[in-house]
Structures are given as structure tokens and as C-alpha cells.
Design a protein around this ligand. Structure first.
Ligand code: TMP
Length: 214
């Protein structure tokens, strides 16, 4: 295995943006380069955190309150970070995580309307100074993403939200990316898979190159 310092990379985007497909591609690229890595996702990533994921995605007769949703997400994140992500980064592995706290700012903050400061407070409490090094934002028009999500079968509790919710989500992601251009890598995901893959691979090669100079 090649010795490059661990990197914490997250993949974000709305429903049907192609996150799972492209994370698979990143995994293949890392394997080809011999870079040791861990692939994981949020909410979830450990057996307990996956239980919390089920609670979050299932529909309930008793509506889940936005604050309860926020706290469950950070409870799962605390478990995931302590037991999986931090140890992997300490070992020098690259961590590829499908969704992380940008999702919380965007879904619970902008989507559900909770104050951004509440998210920031929990972020500081649960993560300390840990933030992703790089974040790929897969951007697709809302209608395209929702059509793809609908084809996958039954919609979960989030996917069942009206289109207006997902317009807020998309705008909020793009706004976050504008504010942190050094961390966000915005990918136009409404193109042929081959073109998207080429963009992602070029960026990964640059990130790996930076690692070699550290
Ligand atoms: P997925 O379908 O992309 O795996 O994600 C599950 C859902 O969880 C997705 O609809 C977005 C939602 N989510 C939040 O609302 N806040 C969060 O912090 C995370 C990580 C996910």
C-alpha cells in the first residue's frame, strides 16, 4: 500500500444525485492506486448507527419532530465518528463517507427550518474540530434526481417530501459550496457517467498528489 496521509472525503447531494454509483468509482480508483481506505455512510456506518438510520428513514404514525430528528442524526454521528471514522483516520486510511454534516445543515437546517446555530452547536460538541478535508457535491436538477429516486422503488420518509423541500436542499448545498470553495468540489452530475468519472478522477489525483507533499 502507498503511504499517503489519511484524507476525510465526503460525498453529498440531493436524492438521486448518483452518490452511491460515484462512491463506488472512487473506491475503484483508490484500489487501483493502492490507497488504503474505508467506505462508509451516514446516517449509519456502525451496527448501532444503522439502527438509528432505520428509525430516521421509516415512516411513523407519530410524526418525528425536527429537533428529535436532529438529535438522532448527531447521536448516530457520535457513534460513527468515535468507533469507525476517527480510528481509521488515525491509522492513516482515507475515509470516504456518503453524506456527513453538510447534509444536516441542509436538510435539518434549511429543509426542516431549524436554526443553523443549533446544527453548529451540535457539530462542535460531537465533532470537535473534525471536518471533511474535501466534499464532492453531486449536483443535479431536482426533477432529475427525484425521477431517479422514484425508480428505485418505495420512497423513504425524506424522499416523500414535496419537490419544494428539495429545491431548498439544492440551493442550500450550492450556497454552502460557494462559501467554502476550497473544500467543496462541485460536480455537474447531470451528464454521462464517463464524463463525471473523469472529473472525479482528476480531482482525486490532485488530492493524492497534495498528500504526497505533506
Ligand atoms: P441516503 O438516502 O442518501 O442514504 O440518505 C438518507 C437520508 O437521510 C437522505 O434523505 C438525507 C437524510 N439525512 C439528513 O436529513 N440529515 C443528515 O445529516 C444525513 C446524514 C442524512
Amino acid at each position: 500500500m502507498v503511504k499517503i496521509p489519511g484524507r476525510f472525503i465526503t460525498i453529498e447531494g440531493g436524492e438521486g444525485a448518483g452518490k452511491s454509483t460515484h462512491i463506488e468509482l472512487i473506491v475503484q480508483w483508490l484500489n487501483a492506486q493502492g490507497i488504503d481506505h474505508l467506505r462508509t455512510r451516514e446516517p449509519g456506518g456502525t451496527p448501532l448507527a444503522e439502527e438509528v438510520r432505520k428509525l430516521l428513514l421509516e415512516r411513523h404514525d407519530e410524526p418525528l419532530q425536527p429537533m428529535t430528528e436532529l438529535l438522532l442524526i448527531f447521536a448516530a454521528r457520535a457513534q460513527h465518528l468515535q468507533t469507525l471514522i476517527e480510528p481509521a483516520l488515525s491509522r492513516g486510511q482515507w475515509v470516504l463517507c456518503e453524506r456527513f454534516t453538510d447534509s444536516t445543515y441542509v436538510y435539518q437546517g434549511c429543509g426542516r427550518g431549524l436554526p443553523q446555530e443549533n446544527v453548529a452547536t451540535l457539530e462542535a460538541l460531537v465533532q470537535g474540530s473534525r471536518r471533511p478535508d474535501y466534499t464532492f457535491l453531486l449536483d443535479v436538477p431536482v426533477e432529475v434526481g427525484l425521477r431517479r429516486a422514484a425508480k428505485r422503488g418505495q420512497l423513504d420518509r425524506f424522499e416523500s417530501e414535496p419537490a419544494v423541500f428539495f429545491h431548498k436542499i439544492r440551493n442550500a448545498y450550492l450556497e454552502r459550496a460557494r462559501r467554502e470553495p476550497g473544500r467543496f468540489l462541485v460536480i455537474d452530475a447531470n451528464r454521462a457517467a464517463r464524463e463525471i468519472a473523469r472529473d472525479i478522477e482528476t480531482t482525486l489525483a490532485r488530492i493524492a498528489g497534495e498528500g504526497r507533499n505533506v
